[in-house]
Design a protein around this ligand. Structure first.
Ligand code: FAD
Ligand code: SF4
Length: 509
């Protein structure tokens, strides 16, 4: 009687200790299941990339001599529920026991915890062996605090894991954070590194996904998808990033450009979140690049902060506040997403680029997600749960544990500042400073109330005016409220009525 072990679609780590020994008494179960394609409407590339990675992982395990039972999306008898499939497979193999790796999503964690409670055989959850931190580490660090400062968490992680340190509690370069050096715009030099990722043709897989009736959105062509299939390809991508892009990562971390969608970002989030790559090896590779003089400290520190800091921190926020965090909506925003979230057709050039790129590539970089799309969503008062579902569906790297705190906490401020110290919003001035979007836009970035005025401007001031009861006592927003107080009543009325009109006409912007 074999032991059955479940591998989820984001658990594609061939170095997990499970695979250290070839046991003929173990059967690995993998399944492409409608429950996972359908919990939100997904971008086609996200579904394809995950299933393709799973299929390649099963191939790899079999080549290594492991036994795998794989359910394809169009296999007869594949049921739409993970646990119903498990029932059938455990029975079919007459399993003596059942094991699974800790899921990263609360939804699956609950489902599997309840499921093993109903099984009549020994069953247990094991560690996924991926993260630096345990699920509750951030909770213990911040217990009882109203604000969970990422910087505090990050410094603790640097010390604990001895990353970029020159002595006990002494950061390399005598500074923990080089953010101030990392805010340049980009106007063509240095050149964006070539995209050397292998393009995969997944037309056959795509056909079977469609035949199974799975709905999706985003660029439909499955013939040229660049997401890695396995650890080998992900490692090549990591090497290329370290060689070509990391040295400039810091300078242009916040820059955006219509001709350079990637700039100097790593594009590693899919490989990290599916666990093809271990965060430690990515952090170590970046630190080594600094130590051997290949990349400057601000770039390396800025990059490491994203992984050792933000990535682990948002996971801690997620586990400490789920369930419940997904329902927060401190501003009571309720406006549905306008159609252009699904087709990119808006005259606002920044949004048509950032959303268009998301729909084409299932990827956009951090500042596009935060300071263009999320910025507008918050200013316009879009319903945060709808915004969250859009982000969860559209990005290839979107798994709820990382997407939800970023979207709802960092971007939409639904928790009233537990995660972000102030709302990440701006008028056109910031977008113009960091990008080439405003050049050639239908709207005028310098105007506030005229017909062709940039919508961000009136919406920005109106947002702070509307929510003064919740925000005016925030010390980081002092200047905003000083400026608002200086405005005449007529100016404020004009802004309010312009913003009101914009919010009623979102579909037509
Ligand atoms: P790089 O800029 O090269 O950064 C390196 C790595 O750092 C990333 O691969 C990622 O693993 C990590 N990282 C960077 N920023 C963050 C962050 N804020 N939180 C967690 N990890 C981070 N990231 C996801 O992985 N999945 C998501 O679903 C997701 N949703 C987001 C939603 C919003 C509203 C915002 C503002 C950010 C979101 N992020 C998400 C974080 C970030 O935008 C992406 O990780 C990044 O754009 C991925 O591209 P990259 O690999 O080129 O990242
Ligand atoms: Fe976006 Fe306004 Fe600039 Fe147009 S003018 S690109 S809408 S910020």
């Amino acid at each position: 009687q074999p032991l059955c072990r479940l591998i989820l679609g984001d658990q594609l780590n061939p170095n997990h200790s499970w695979f250290g020994e070839k046991r003929r008494d173990v059967i690995y179960l993998m399944m492409e299941v409608r429950q996972e394609t359908d919990y939100v409407l997904h971008h086609a590339q996200k579904i394809i990339a995950i299933f393709a990675g799973m299929r390649d992982f099963a191939r790899h395990l079999r080549e290594q001599g492991h036994r795998v039972h794989y359910l394809h999306i169009d296999d007869a008898g594949n049921l739409p529920s993970l646990t119903k499939n498990l029932d059938r497979l455990l029975q079919e193999h007459d399993a003596s026991g059942f094991e699974y790796q800790a899921p990263d999503e609360w939804r699956l964690d609950e489902q599997l915890a309840q499921y093993i409670g109903t099984l009549g055989i020994p069953a247990r959850m094991v560690d996924s062996e991926h993260f630096y931190t345990t699920r509750d580490e951030a909770f213990h660090l911040f217990e009882g605090r109203q604000h969970w400062l990422m910087e505090h968490f990050y410094r603790q992680m640097r010390i604990k894991h001895n990353v970029l340190m020159s002595g006990p509690r002494k950061p390399v370069g005598a500074k923990w954070n080089f953010d101030h050096d990392n805010r340049k715009s980009w106007s063509g030099t240095p050149r964006e590194p070539e995209d050397v990722r292998t393009l995969h043709d997944h037309s056959v897989l795509w056909e079977s996904i469609r035949d199974a009736g799975v709905n999706s959105f985003g660029r439909p062509s499955a013939a040229a998808i660049p997401w890695p299939l396995n650890r080998e390809q992900a490692l090549q991508q990591l090497d290329h990033f370290i060689d070509e892009a990391l040295p400039h990562f810091g300078d242009f971390q916040d820059a955006m450009h219509t001709k350079a969608p990637r700039l100097f970002h790593s594009l590693l989030s899919f490989a990290l979140n599916t666990k093809m790559l271990d965060p430690r090896e990515v952090v170590e590779a970046a630190e080594q690049a600094y130590r051997r003089g290949h990349a400057p400290l601000p770039a390396v520190e800025g990059f490491i902060r994203q992984i050792l800091g933000w990535r682990e921190y948002v996971r801690g926020v997620y586990w400490a506040h789920m369930p419940g965090y997904d329902k927060l909506n401190v501003f009571k925003h309720e406006t549905p997403l306008p159609h252009w979230f699904w087709d990119g057709k808006t005259r606002m050039r920044c949004l048509s680029h950032a959303i268009g790129q998301s729909l084409d590539d299932a990827h956009a970089h951090h500042i596009q997600r935060l300071m263009v799309i999320g910025n507008f969503a918050l200013l316009a008062g879009l319903a945060p749960q709808e915004v969250h579902e859009w982000y969860l569906g559209v990005y290839v790297d979107a798994f709820e544990w990382v997407e939800l705190p970023n979207t709802l906490g960092m971007s939409q401020f639904v928790d009233h500042g537990m995660l972000a110290t102030k709302p990440y919003v701006s008028s056109a001035a910031y977008i113009h400073r960091m990008s080439d979007y405003c050049k050639g836009c239908h709207y005028d970035r310098r105007k506030r109330e005229e017909d062709d005025a940039c919508p961000f401007n009136a919406l920005y001031w109106d947002f702070f005016d509307r929510h003064a009861d919740l925000l005016s006592s925030n010390p980081r927003l002092g200047m905003v409220y000083v400026q608002l107080a200086k405005m005449s009543d007529e100016s404020k009325d004009a802004l309010r009525s312009k913003a009101h009109q914009l919010r009623r006409q979102l579909e037509d912007l």
